[in-house]
Design a protein around this ligand. Structure first.
Ligand code: PLP
Length: 418
């Protein structure tokens, strides 16, 4: 048996093309990152060959002498890094991790309260098209129209009215710090379980650049592939052991079969990397870069939801620029600036053609870029959006920015890429 290039040249060529695309693009997608060579290596190992239903020391298959050690290392590193009593590293990704929370604490039809999708919440927090919105009774909070921020008085009033059994805080397009303590007080008042979904900000929390939900939330859910810079995967954690059995049972056998051991190994590697001083500096630089980019965009007349950012992401409402989010994202991509179009709070346009774009700094910071590069990126974004709005010299501007982006990316090699 040969290498990938010999066995399947078509796929090998596509992987290579994607690697080249990633190398030459300024990735501003807030939920993405580059993993290290070490994380990539762990992901592509023979651990993928092994079935390990169950947990370390209590498996349904023999031959777990090595896998038990891998999973135990991942669990212990998660516990140490986040300061939690319990960690489960088996969820296949963020969505099944969140579904496991429902299975652990709710019965079908029970009420769940989460941030509405158009306000920055995630599908799995009870949105209508998700199983979580179909099989449970969702109640949604949003952000205030005038501030673009969560209003805990509104959250509390809704909680008192609907008495949810489960409350989610956190989300996918929230540019501001999450008040875990405030959410916990509301959850306690209505006797609800508080789940903090830290998928986007796990790396910032690990690096001390965002407050931690530990000691406030009953359960913490996170993906491992965003700011945490690990492989695609997820973890469920809890400050105490109180819910450990319920959470473990919900993941396996409740929702999943065998864990993806190669992913578990890569999560362990990422957690080791995230416990270094270098990673702390990275997390703080992610935030400093987001603030610099926000300043540049504000100075150029962009409208940022909530007026700025406290974390790694910015939500831009392009209404005042006279362009939609989708055509802007498409043109930016042609210029080598990769973003995603996104609804903004109180959006009057449809989700597939919304008013905003979402951008973030985790990936560019992983490449070693700093505030000066953020200002340059802000200037390019302005040029592209202005050209789009005017419909003037669009091709010329795109071509020039594209070549300047290529020059910038060549000076800041991305981790993990050869
Ligand atoms: C806050 C939040 N929770 C959960 C998820 C789901 O993760 P996955 O895409 O791995 O299922 C995401 C993904 O974007 C997210 O942003």
């Amino acid at each position: 048996m040969g290498s990938l290039a010999n066995v399947d040249p078509e796929i090998a060529a596509l992987v290579e093309a994607e690697e080249r695309r990633q190398a030459g693009t300024v990735k501003l997608i807030a939920s993405e990152n580059y993993v290290s060579r070490a994380v990539l290596e762990a992901t592509g190992t023979v651990l993928t060959n092994k079935y390990s239903e169950g947990y370390a020391g209590k498996r349904y298959y023999e031959g777990q002498q090595v896998i038990d050690q891998v999973e135990t290392l991942a669990v212990e590193r998660a516990k140490a890094l986040f300061g939690v009593a319990h960690a489960n590293v088996q969820p296949y990704s963020g969505s099944p991790a969140n579904l496991a929370i429902y299975l652990a604490f709710l019965q079908p039809g029970d009420t769940v309260m989460g941030m509405g999708l158009p306000f920055g919440g995630h599908l799995t927090h009870g949105w209508s098209v998700s199983a979580t919105g179909k099989w449970f009774t969702p109640v949604r909070y949003g952000v205030r129209r005038d501030t673009g921020r969560v209003d805990l008085d509104e959250v509390r009033a809704l909680a008192l009215e609907h008495r949810p059994k489960l409350i989610f805080c956190g989300g996918t397009a929230i540019p501001r710090t999450i008040d875990f303590e405030g959410f916990a007080a509301i959850a306690r008042e209505v006797d609800a379980v508080l789940a903090a979904d830290i998928a986007h900000i796990a790396g910032l929390i690990a690096g001390g650049a965002h407050p931690s939900p530990v000691g406030h939330a009953d359960v913490i859910s996170t993906t491992t592939h965003k700011t945490l810079r690990g492989p695609r995967g997820a973890m469920l954690m809890a400050s105490s052991d109180e819910h450990a059995t319920a959470l473990n049972k919900a993941v396996f056998p409740g929702l999943q079969g065998g864990p993806h051991n190669h992913t578990t190994a890569a999560i362990a590697v990422a957690l080791k990397e995230a416990s270094t001083e270098e990673f702390k500096a990275y997390a703080h630089q992610v935030v400093a870069n987001a603030k610099a980019l926000a300043e540049e965009l504000l100075a150029r007349g962009f409208d940022l939801v909530s007026g700025g950012t406290d974390n790694h992401l910015l939500l831009i409402d392009l209404t005042s620029k006279g362009v939609g989010g989708k055509p802007a994202a498409q043109l930016l991509d042609r210029a080598g600036l990769e973003t995603n179009y996104n609804s903004v709070p109180y959006d009057t346009r449809k989700p597939f053609d919304p008013s905003g774009i979402r951008i973030g700094t985790p990936s560019v910071t992983s490449r070693g870029m700093g505030e000066a590069e953020m200002r340059q990126i802000g200037a390019w974004m302005d040029e592209i959006v202005t050209a789009l709005a005017k419909g003037d010299e669009v091709e010329t501007v795109v071509d020039r920015v594209r070549s300047e982006v290529t020059e910038l990316t060549s000076r800041f090699p991305a981790p993990g890429l050869s």
